[in-house]
Design a protein around this ligand. Structure first.
Ligand code: 6GU
Length: 293
């Protein structure tokens, strides 16, 4: 999977190199390019924004800067062809490309065949994600779908957003999604990109050591995940719940399901509407306690 981020604050994306995502880069599963939008700015002031038509506060990011930037990042041309990979990134498919090593602009730096047996062609149109508080909610389902993409480009807006024509025009070269990570306003899309990149990349096979470890995540069955415990068995006078010490796997599974149900009822009751409940599930929710307790 290749991720490209276009931003006026490239340093903000440094955490993509660390921990889980850095590991994925080192393993060759992930390739990351961060591009400074100002490379596409023209004129003496290198302006990337201007006052909004119709008046009002703030500034809107200029289409004549974003348009060429997204063209180049889709094609791997122009400024997008060089200095794309972060320090720890190893180019995927194992080998550095000679044009990159020579610092030469290539016709296209990206492989033109999508992985996972996808044919090159229209399905190979990269996904353009535009983070905005006015977007559709980013969900675990979206993260799962995006984990199969071969190329995702994130366009980080600041100020009052990007001229809307950029999003419309980009649909010629990309599949475009405007998304929000929650009902609050951030200064720009950079932190939202870190959130989405981590949610997506951890689902790519080979990134997490244990494949089962996301089958039981919160949301994977529509419920919040219940509490977890490790040694010691008693700590500061608090015991690990007896069901977990029973060695009876049916009882343990039932207890875990009950904890997930009760926690979801307490914290996110609206999620229960999307979950298929057995008679036993309903009894736990009605009683407010697990029968395995
Ligand atoms: Cl994706 N961007 C910005 N700027 N603010 C947000 C957001 C995204 N999601 C919630 N608030």
């Amino acid at each position: 999977m290749r991720l490209d981020v276009v931003t006026i604050f490239p340093d903000y994306l440094d955490p993509l190199r660390h921990a889980l995502l850095g590991k994925a880069i080192e393993k060759g599963i992930l390739e990351v390019g961060v591009h400074d939008l100002r490379q596409w700015a023209t004129g003496v002031h290198q302006a990337v924004d201007d006052s909004p038509y119709g008046g009002g506060p703030g500034m809107v990011m200029k289409p004549d800067v974003w348009g060429p930037a997204l063209d180049d990042v889709a094609a791997g041309t122009g400024p997008a062809a060089r200095a794309a990979a972060l320090d720890s990134a190893v180019p995927h498919r194992g080998q550095a490309r000679h044009d990159e090593l020579a610092g030469l602009p290539a016709e296209s730096s990206y492989a033109d065949v999508a992985p996972d047996g996808e044919a090159a062609g229209d399905v190979a149109k990269p996904l353009l994600v535009v983070p905005t508080p006015a977007g559709a909610p980013f969900t675990q389902d979206m993260a799962r779908r995006w984990s199969h993409e071969s190329h995702i480009v994130f366009a980080c807006g600041r100020y009052e957003g990007i001229d809307q024509r950029v999003v419309e025009d980009a649909a010629e070269r990309y599949r475009v999604e405007e998304v929000s990570i929650g009902d609050y306003v951030l200064i720009g899309g950079e932190v939202a990109v870190l959130v989405m990149a981590e949610a997506v990349v951890r689902l790519v096979p080979g990134v997490l050591g244990n494949r089962r470890s996301h089958e039981e995540d919160s949301f994977s069955d529509g419920l919040l995940e219940g509490p977890g415990y490790t040694k010691p068995r008693e700590w500061r006078g608090r015991e690990v719940p007896a069901a977990l010490l029973s060695g009876n796997h049916a009882r343990i599974d039932r207890w875990r399901r009950d904890q997930a149900l009760l926690r979801t009822q307490a914290r996110r009751p609206e999620l229960l509407e999307g979950v298929e409940l057995s008679a036993r599930d309903r009894k736990t929710l009605d009683d407010g306690v697990s029968p395995e307790e």
